[in-house]
Design a protein around this ligand. Sequence first.
Ligand code: GAL
Length: 468
Amino acid sequence: MRMRNKYRKPTTLHCNAGTRCSMSIVVWSLVGFLLMLHLYTLISHTNVQSKEIRSGLSHHPLFRELEEVEEENIQMPPPRRRSPRAAKRKPKRPTTLIDEFLDESSQLRHIFFPTIKTAVDPTKDAGNDSFYYYPGRIWLDTEGNPIQAHGGGILYDEKSKTYYWYGEYKDGPTYHAHKKGAARVDVIGVGCYSSKDLWTWKNEGIVLPAEENNETHDLHKSNVLERPKVIYNDKTRKYVMWMHIDDANYTKASVGIAVSDSPTGPFDYLYSKRPHGFDSRDMTIFKDNDGVAYLVYSSDDNSELHIGPLDGDYLDVTNVVRRILVGQHREAPALFKHGGTYYMITSGCTGWAPNEALAHAAESIMGPWETMGNPCIGGNKVYRLTTFFAQSTFVLPLPGLPGSFIFMADRWNPADLRDSRYVWLPLMVGGAADQPLDYSFGFPLWSRVSIYWHKRWRLPAELSGKKI
Ligand code: GAL
C-alpha cells in the first residue's frame, strides 16, 4: 500500500480520491455553469441591444449614410522659408496638422475656420442644402447673426415641443488677463436659441446676463461663466440652470445655479458653491428617466470626475458623491443613456487646444465607470486624435430613434473665442465594445459608441425638414 501511494501523483483530478474528486467535479461544473451563464447574458443583452438599434434604424435608410466613413485628405503647405542661420540653430521638425490648427496665420486656417461666405444660413433659401449641418462652418441664427451658444447644451421642452439651446454668449473681444493665463472673453451671459427642427435657431436673447458693476458678484464680467446646462423640474415646474463659475484665474472652481419659470428666462441667479466641498471646473448635469438629476464635474485639479445626485428641486447637491475615472484627467463631460446603460464622452485637459475624446460606460450612473476608448471614426488620424479639432459639450438623444444621438462639440478659436465653431456629428451606440474592462471580470455588457465624421450631413428626412 505504502509503495503504491508513494508513486501516486497528488492531483485533485485523480478519481480514486473519493471526496476530493467529487469536490473538483462540483467546482469545475460550477465554473462551467457560470461561464455559460455569463456568455448567455452577454449574447442575449447584445441581441436585445442590436434588435433595439435595428428596429430603430431599419426604418431610416439615411442612417446608413450617417454611418458612412468619410475620409479627409488635407495637403500640408510647403514648409516656410527660414534663414539658414535659424535652420542651423534649430532643425525644424515636420509641421503637423495640429500645429497648423493652432497657428493663426496658417494657410490651412480656412479649413478649420471657413469664412462667413460659406456660413450655414437658414434665412436664405438654401435649396438642396437646407437642413444640412456643416461642422466647423459659421452657423447663423434666424436674424443672420452667428449663433453664440458655446460650451452649450440642449433642453427639449415637452410643453412647447421646442428645443432650447443654451450656451456661453461670447461675442466680445478675446484677451489675456495674465501673461500666462488662458485666452478669455469677459462674461456677457448665457445665450438661448429656440428651434423646432434643430437647424433653424431663433435668438431668444441673453437669459442670464453678466453683472456690469458689482465686482463681488459671481457673474461680474471679469469672472468666468462656462458650460451652462438647463433641465426641467417636473415637481417645481422650474427650469434650472447649472454652470461652471470661476474667477479669471480659475481658482474659485465652483458651480453656479439659476432658476426660471420659463425656458427663455429671465433666470434668477441663486448662488455658487464648491459641490461636496470639492473644486469643480468643467461640468454637466443629467436628468435620468426616474426624474433624479445628477451633477458631474472635473475635480481634484481635473485629475478625476465626481458624480452625485441633486436634491428634489435640483437647486443643490445631496451629500452622496462618488469619485470616478480617478487619475484619468478628463474634462468636458457629456452624459447620455441608451438601453439602460449610461455613457459619457470626455476630453483630455489641454485648455482651448483640442485633444482625443474617450467614451466611457457604466451600468449604474454612480459607477463604476469603464473607459471604452476613442469613439471618433473617419476624417483622418489627426481628426480622430483631436475629436475633429473640437471638444465635447453635450449629447442629444434623437426622439424615436433609439441608439442615435447628436454629438455636440466646440471647435474653440483661442485667437478669437467668439468665432469658435460648432461641430455636430451623428453618434451611434451599437456593435461590440473594443476595449477590455478595467473593473469587472468578463466581457463588457455595453456597446460601442461611434461618432462619425461628416463634412456635410443631415438628420433623416423624418426629422429634418419637418417640425419635430
Ligand atoms: C478647457 C475647458 C473650457 C475652458 C478652457 C479654458 O479645458 O474645457 O471649458 O475652461 O479650458 O482654457
